[in-house]
Write a protein that binds this ligand. Structure first.
Ligand code: MG
Length: 389
């Protein structure tokens, strides 16, 4: 008798951290009673601690699949959508039908206008858990189920330099290069001395052969972004990320056509439908889907669509426990157009202690986890970190 889905659970978790993601709070800024604050330069809300939703799906035979949703804010809203809205419809279904289930879940809320946002984030964690389950039931990795593993070692870039001063950030970048990393990304939202000063200091520190990427954090108009990227490229900029606001498609296309540096966008997008017009209008040459927003099914749909437009895929890595990182690597290991992965060192290393996996980063490479499914499971202590709204 085939195994059917018997239980769908969602756990809002909060993993403590000493220094907030991207670095310490600015002077005069403090977290509110819910543990959130806003970074002034990109006007974006961040949690002080790492928050996400862990999804657990259990079959009639007792097999368990694990997933994780992007839910760094509004964490309980995502969990509620899983347990209250979508989960009950999954009971009795065959977990091997994962892509069909993803599309059925997506269809449920389309005409209400929920084809993005928190709703699709909820679907992402379910989809990852179903792929994990499907892999475990046939004792195969997700990458194998997706069609095969091109490489079990994936080159990655060091994302974010959370030290307080430009000198310390440059020293940190140099240390990373000494450990074998060949690419570094800095974040404009915390480049308080200005991106060009930061770029110059980093280039001096790492030498000519290391790729330097810059996340512009959606801060500029198209003409401002073009000017900024050209100024950064004096020091050989490998990639400019998120130059203009996500709603400004024409601006994205203008920047992409106006500079010689590859433009990357898309960490905030969730579906083929959101990416489609950006591909058609050549808004970027690199896309950055995040599996914790898209799920595995749609991540692969988007990435294969990218190949049709000769775009590369450099997956975004969010604030999470690490189950989502394992899922992302399973996808990337299969793709022929994913040359570089994002390594969120300040999140990944700390939270690796809470999952059972042999996934690791060494000398500039992610090692794809072995084992069936996504190759990572939460440890029991994760469930001590479930928090109330
Ligand atoms: Mg980014």
């Amino acid at each position: 008798m085939p195994e059917i889905i018997d239980r769908v659970e969602a756990f809002p978790i909060r993993v403590p951290r000493d220094v907030p993601y991207l670095g310490a709070l600015e002077d005069g800024v403090s977290a509110n009673s819910k543990g959130y604050f806003i970074r002034s330069r990109n006007k974006t809300i961040y949690p002080v601690n790492d928050q996400s939703v862990v999804v657990k799906i259990t079959t009639s035979g007792g097999a368990i699949g694990w997933g994780e949703c992007f839910a760094s804010v509004g964490t309980h809203a995502v969990a509620h959508l899983i347990t209250d809205v979508v989960g009950p419809f999954l009971l009795g279904r065959d977990p091997a039908d994962v892509s069909v289930i993803y599309e059925d879940m997506y269809d449920m809320m389309r005409v209400r206008g929920f084809f993005g946002g928190f709703y699709v984030d909820a679907l992402a964690g379910i989809d990852i858990a179903l792929w994990d389950l499907k892999g475990k039931l046939v004792n195969q990795s997700v990458a194998k189920l997706l069609g095969g593993i091109r490489s079990d070692q994936l080159a990655c870039y060091v994302s974010g330099l959370p030290q307080p001063t430009i000198k310390e950030r440059a020293d940190f970048a140099r240390d990373c290069v000494d450990q074998g990393f060949r690419a570094i990304k800095f974040a404009a939202a915390v480049s308080f001395e200005g991106e060009v000063a930061e770029m110059r200091a980093l280039r001096d520190a790492v030498g000519p052969d290391v790729q330097i990427l810059c996340d512009l954090h959606w801060q500029y108009t198209a003409p401002e972004a073009i000017k900024k990227i050209n100024a950064l490229d004096i020091y050989d900029l490998a990639l400019a990320e998120a130059p203009v606001k996500p709603e400004d498609l024409e601006g994205q296309a203008q920047v992409s056509a106006g500079v010689a540096v590859p433009i990357a966008i898309g960490e905030e997008l969730r579906t083929r439908y959101e990416f489609r017009s950006r591909f058609v209008n050549r808004c970027m040459s690199v896309i950055q889907p995040d599996v914790a927003h898209t799920g595995i099914t749609e991540f692969m749909n988007i990435s294969r669509m990218a190949a049709g437009f000769h775009c590369q895929v450099m997956p975004h890595a969010t604030i999470g426990l690490g189950l989502q990182q394992a899922a992302s690597l399973q996808c990337a290991a299969n793709l022929g157009n994913s040359p570089l992965q994002e390594y969120q060192h300040s999140v990944f290393n700390k939270n690796l202690a809470y999952i059972n996996t042999d996934m690791k980063v060494e000398a500039g490479y992610f090692h794809l986890p072995t084992g069936p499914g996504i190759g990572a499971e939460p440890r029991p202590e994760v469930f001590d970190m479930v928090f109330d709204a």
